[in-house]
Design a protein around this ligand. Structure first.
Ligand code: DGJ
Length: 722
């Protein structure tokens, strides 16, 4: 609900659990008044305290207490008194500052699309929008701030559109949002890491100065996620305040929190302005990506649940957002580039015998791709490996009663490819500089329409050529050596133009192939962000398939992303990334915990007893799939040596508990795990324990985990409500 009180210039945006209030002051500045637990109303009698602050300049001669430096502002520039991190910087013949004052506003049901960008969506029942126009007279620039509130889902989507008036201007910064919170006591939560170690949940206290996470890689990256939460330093899973924000974007970004001199906090997120600028000729406008803000006073579990539900319902699109995901077998770690049609069909047959539903043919099926040094861009079948083509292979697999899926890396080009020989200028490069290589490959210039069209056509042709119901969209390097641009002052438009090109390609393909399940990948989770979730409801979480390594990766990924999106596979031992040998049961339990479950190993080389165990795992996952992918997820224990989680199905009928202990210890203490989210009065049976317990027993007494003196052990208990 959006309540506007004209007499006081107050806008009160109300969700089920929080309120967000902004106010237009008499002098037309737009200030932030409140973001926090839901309140009935925000009285105009809440005072704004004006004080004479030394070194905080005032635009009004004779008034020493009015300064932009100390007001809580919604979207400000530097240069007129505010010395904190600005939301916007616009260069024109009139300097770089903007005096943004309220001009008009609109309130309406629903939410408009953001042109060319991924964004949250909803019906007129789901969401209501407030647009506030701020205007700077000298430069004739208008900033349209957009606030879309999803009351039932406890999310607020914010973005900004910057419109040039009579003068051409150069945008040097245009964040999606900033806002000022009235105190400084926060613990910052972010997801950091690196390749094969993605989404490490990182917690640091906010101290004097600025904390920021950024990417300049042309992708959100393995090491940074466009997400930042500001939590009460004493937050727990079940209590405490936390503000959180996602940026719906997959390229260079920044997310920051700044503890100011007067002990308030400025928080913001947007395109990384370190490599951004955008020229607007008179009358043109620029749309920032959207940020999704939420608040809860119910702790981290509630933050997670709110995010899972919102991203699933209002970011993911199409049938797959709520459809169970097929259990897959991927041949990458089974064969790498070295496969034949015969081998693939044998693998598919073995997988089918174990009950697996989808076969995914990974890298190496096209051009002359026998290693990672050639053929990216040549999306034509390699008949030496697949004599019956993709059509023949897809038929052989689907005749077995499985679905067939295919790997692509469409944004890339190998120097050794027909595409490069025909279009060397399609590879990103600064004219005159030598290429910079990564995995021996170059990135296609997706800012060019011809390149976008090529990708759309070549991928479409393959998808039409055979019965393909799944696509893994990979991206295995970051962008360097960017083109010099049309004019010097346009050099930094490139990164954002690349993303707009990519989003156009994805929009066309997912629209043209609505029945295909798309999974994004970038050497694992190198671009696992909300922007891509809009097009692809699933993401390969990491190239690290070791069950123990996966624990923290999946834990961090599921902190914010729906479990239906978290690709997780059982792989071979010794593990290919770390050499660790873990039991098949543990590998199964951890991959099932991930969400979008599958296998990635050579099943044909396994002994029958392991194949039988895999068939049993597959059967179990089919039983719990709905619960794991669409149920409610709880973190129960997270220590260096132990992890426990449980899921509860949406209908409350089933709960799944997974416990993993990494290393055996001498005189190991007994481990008690208490479940969450159960019906206290219901009786649950558990076949693995051969016992029944009431919900309150499981939640308050808990269960003692078995004492197994072995490394890398796990248990999985399935509870059914009687
Ligand atoms: C990186 C991906 O993360 C892997 O799963 C695999 O698809 C390889 N690329 C193939 O080159």
């Amino acid at each position: 609900m959006i309540d506007y009180r004209a007499a006081d210039g107050l806008f009160h945006l109300q969700a089920a659990n929080f309120s967000y209030v902004v106010q237009v002051l008499e002098n037309k500045q737009l200030i932030h008044r409140y973001f926090g637990k839901k309140i009935r109303r925000f009285s105009p009698d809440h005072q704004i305290v004006y004080l004479d602050r030394s070194f905080s300049p005032s635009p009004i001669s004779g008034n020493r207490t009015f300064s932009l430096d100390v007001l809580p502002l919604e979207y400000s520039s530097n240069g007129l008194g505010d010395f904190r991190t600005a939301a916007i910087e616009v260069r024109s013949e009139k300097g770089t500052a903007l005096d943004l004052v309220y001009q008009t506003h609109r309130i309406f049901k629903g939410k408009p699309h953001l042109d060319g960008l991924p964004a949250s969506h909803g019906t007129e029942e789901d969401v209501e929008t407030l647009e506030i126009d701020l205007y700077d007279e000298l430069t004739d620039v208008t900033v349209i701030l957009s606030y879309s509130i999803f009351p039932e889902k406890n999310y607020l989507a914010r973005s900004a559109r910057i419109q040039a008036g009579k003068l051409p201007v150069q945008l040097e910064r245009a964040y999606s949002f900033t806002l000022d919170l009235p105190h400084k006591d926060f613990e910052i939560h972010s997801l950091t890491g690196r390749y094969a170690y993605e989404k490490e949940w990182t917690r640091v206290p906010l101290t004097a100065g600025r904390y920021s996470i950024d990417s300049l890689r042309g992708a959100s990256s393995h090491s940074r996620t466009p997400f930042l939460a500001l939590a009460d330093p004493h937050i727990t899973e079940d209590s405490g305040e936390v503000y959180s924000a996602h940026l719906v974007y997959s390229g260079n970004f920044t997310a920051f929190a700044e503890q100011t001199a007067l002990e308030t906090t400025r928080w913001g997120m947007g395109l990384n302005d370190q490599a951004f600028s955008w020229r607007l000729v008179a009358g043109e406008s620029f749309q920032t990506p959207e940020a999704l803000l939420s608040y809860t006073d119910q702790g981290l579990t509630d933050m997670t649940h709110t995010s899972h539900v919102f991203l699933r319902d209002h970011i993911c699109r199409g049938d797959f957002s709520h459809k169970e995901r097929p259990i897959l077998i991927n041949n990458w770690e089974a064969t790498y580039f070295d496969f034949t049609e015969e081998k693939i069909v044998e693998l598919a047959q073995t997988a089918k015998d174990a009950g697996i539903e989808l076969f995914v043919l990974d890298d190496g099926w096209f051009g002359k791709r026998n290693n990672d040094e050639s053929s990216l861009g040549d999306w034509t079948v390699n008949y030496d490996k697949l004599p019956n083509g993709l059509e023949g292979l897809a038929k052989a697999v689907t005749d077995l009663g499985m679905e067939f899926g295919l790997w692509f890396e469409p944004e890339m080009i190998s120097e050794d490819s027909d595409l490069y020989r025909a279009h060397p200028d399609w590879a990103i490069r600064t004219t005159g500089r030598p290429h910079i290589y990564s995995r021996e490959q170059l990135v296609l210039d997706l800012s060019q329409t011809a390149v976008q069209d090529y990708i759309i056509e070549s991928v479409s042709e393959i998808l039409k050529s055979a019965k393909i119901s799944y696509v893994k969209w990979d991206m295995n390097r970051n962008i360097t050596n960017i083109p010099e641009g049309l004019a010097n002052d346009q050099k930094y438009e490139f990164y954002h133009r690349y993303m707009l090109g990519l989003y156009r390609v994805l929009e066309e393909l997912v629209t043209a192939f609505p029945d295909v399940l798309f999974e994004s990948c970038s050497g694992g989770g190198g671009r696992n962000d909300v922007g891509l979730l809009y097009y692809m409801p699933q993401a390969w979480a990491s190239d690290n398939t070791d069950a123990i390594g996966r624990l923290s990766i999946q834990d961090g990924t599921s902190l914010i992303y729906p479990t239906s999106s978290v690709g997780a596979h059982v792989s071979a031992v010794p593990n290919h990334q770390v050499g660790r040998i873990t039991p098949l049961a543990t590998r199964g339990h951890v991959a099932m915990l991930g969400g979008a479950f599958g296998y990635e190993l050579d099943l044909t080389s396994l002994p029958q007893e392991e194949l039988d165990e895999i068939a049993q795992q597959v059967e179990t996952f089919k039983e719990i799939r709905q619960t794991v992918q669409f149920g409610t997820y709880y973190r129960l224990k997270r220590t260096d040596n132990t992890r426990a989680y449980n899921y509860v199905s949406q209908d409350g009928q089933q709960a799944v508990l997974t416990f993993v202990k990494t290393l055996a210890q001498p005189e190991a203490p007994l481990m008690q795990v208490k479940l969450k989210g159960l019906d206290p009065e219901a009786l649950y049976t558990c076949p693995q324990l051969g016992a029944s317990f009431y919900g309150d027993e499981l939640m308050h007494v808990g269960l003692t985990m078995p004492h197994i003196q072995q490394d890398f052990v796990s248990v999985q208990y399935i509870f059914t409500k009687i």
